[in-house]
Ligand binder design. Sequence first.
Ligand SMILES: [Zn+2]
Length: 443
Amino acid sequence: MKEQVKKRVSHSSVSLLVFCALLFFTASPVLAYTNINDIRMWTAPDHTRLVFDLSQSTKYEIFRLHNPERIVIDIANSKMQAKLSSLTLPDPVLLSLRHGKQKNGTTRIVLDVKNDVSPRSFLLKKSTKKPHRLVIDLIPKQKKVIKTKDFTHPGKHRDIIIAVDAGHGGEDPGATGKNKLKEKTVTLAVAKQLARLINAEPGMKAVLIRTGDYYVSLKKRVRKVRAINADMMISIHADAIKVRSVKGASVYTLSESGATPDRVAAALAAKENAVDEIGGTMPGQEATDPLVRGILGDMAKRDGLDSSEMLANLMIKELTGTFPIKYSQPKHARFAVLTTLEIPCILVEMDYISNPKREKLLKTTAHQKKLAKAMHSASVNFFTRMGRLSPQKTTAHVHTVHRGESLWSIAKQYGVSVSSLKKLNQFKHSTLKVGQRIRLPQS
Ligand SMILES: [Zn+2]
């Protein structure tokens, strides 16, 4: 039933379009122009995106001209209202642009581009937050963005690679605070701080999935996480809600599974054992035997989900005390970006940007650094527990005391003696307070 209705609607809209086109081509002066209301540009490492806001969906043509290299966009029956001079040019691929009006009412936009740039274009329909848009991607001839040679040795002695995924970006601002702070800005700032801390850690390496203000599709994020052969992914976000007083962090994983520590240990062993069996397959190269693929796939999936749960719990633990917490247990939901199931993947909602007080804090570098530090500690703790980092070698020289911990358990965790901790911190007795920060001996 529904389809029939749909068809009828699209049929009538087609007739309407034909009718309008007839009107247009018979030079009717009453037809409204498409206003090109705004223009934005986002520079990604592998493309530059131009976005034109349109007052309505429209017809356009795109073609290229050589000597010098140009890309021409003709938008039928339109009027340029946007300020092209608002763009910061030259860009790595877009050198300059200009526009002119053709006699037939078409607006011609000419982009001067570098050699070997291919255009890709598409229209986006009006949504609740955005008007109709025309998107032009300028794609330079593929320079390998990811130096895969750095990441293709999944042997035992390579660095631990952490994919740090700053949510949103470019055209997609994510949530916006009352005072205009955008989620994409905070996520990138914290991601960069986190990457810096991880890269200062011996044996660890961070790769930012997004390095600037541009959009990366969820599929592409997942593909990149796989391409770099990451051992962990942390996706960073900030939430928004109508009730402005709501605050606090929450951590998400993909599954419904409530893992117990024992299951985690078993899963962990299974994972370590499975690595050799899989034969150190490079990302994207799956086992071809469907049966083998099925079994290993399931195993990898379960292990990934369990370790995600463990990481999520460590993350909550690290955030507790320093930040308000919305949910004290990991939450589970179907996030497309978390589908790299073979590795621990979590999504951290740092706080509510919709709370003006929290927004103000989220904007400060000091607060961003604190958040990054907590995420860094959780990552270090995770890999220390996995036995892949030796506790003494990390640069996390301070430990925040959590509920249930004692000087003895902390000393054991870091492989140091109780007396060395007491001496370093000038403790006269062994009682600790939750939230207390204690210094750890350096290696
Ligand atoms: Zn988000």
